[in-house]
Design a protein around this ligand. Structure first.
Ligand code: PGA
Length: 226
């Protein structure tokens, strides 16, 4: 059975109290899914310790990583700090590219940093050019990371791309990086998730808004494997 990934990206949301409430509700409603489904939750950095207090029914991911090692970089969180805490790290989300000036070069540096530390990079792309750049810059990337394809118009808009369109794009991406698991992101909901999961070139979804509500996220995870 093909492995699939459901990645929840909380973005810049939730107080400590709200994160605790999310955790309590989710733990009381843990979706029953097969072992071939990996659920990943990516909260903000300051929430990560909360999820280390007890075993969670999901893997932890960070939303970003510094391109540098530990040192004089005020405000940064490095891969070395996150090693042992997160299994995954998102890199190059379109919001980071648009609001924080992250270029393809920066993305590649961050991916290399994650790989060198054994943290699995989930590289976010919104077009084929970004995929080509990644492929040219990092040998064997397809064997060591995940790709989260998110068309800009679908993020946070409530209007997802169609599963068929997405599959066509994923097919093109696979012509560049054959083995990479590709996730689709952009307005994924419990209602539409299944259509994406069943596409032959897709291996999962990235979920922003719908991951903030624990009941909705639980329902979405369940729906992904039904
Ligand atoms: P959305 O966000 O599900 O709220 O559209 C997706 C993302 O940006 O990862």
């Amino acid at each position: 059975m093909k492995k699939s990934y459901i990645l929840g990206n909380w973005k810049a949301n939730k107080t400590i109290e709200e994160a605790k409430e999310w955790q309590v509700t989710y733990m009381a409603n843990v979706p029953k899914v097969s072992e071939s489904v990996e659920v990943i939750v990516c909260p903000a950095f300051h929430h990560l310790p909360l999820f280390l207090e007890q075993t969670q029914p999901f893997a932890l991911g960070a939303q970003d990583i510094s391109m540098y090692e530990n040192g004089a970089d005020t405000g940064e969180v490095t891969g070395a700090m996150m090693k042992g805490i997160v299994r995954y790290v998102m890199i190059g989300h379109s919001e980071r590219r648009a609001h924080f000036g992250e270029t393809n070069d920066v993305v590649v540096q961050k991916v290399k940093r994650a790989l060198s530390l054994g943290i699995i990079p989930v590289v976010c792309v919104s077009d084929i050019k970004q995929v080509a750049f990644l492929h040219e810059s990092i040998l064997n990337f397809g064997e060591s990371g995940l790709l989260l394809y998110e068309p800009l118009s679908a993020i946070g808009s409530g209007v997802s791309d169609s599963p068929e369109n997405t599959n066509e794009t994923a097919k093109k991406i696979h012509e560049i990086i054959p083995s990479i698991p590709i996730l689709y992101g952009g307005s994924v909901t419990p209602e539409n998730v299944h259509g994406f999961i069943e596409q032959p070139h897709l291996s999962g979804v990235g979920v922003g808004g719908a991951s903030l509500d624990p009941m909705k996220f639980s329902k979405l995870v369940t729906a992904s494997s039904s």
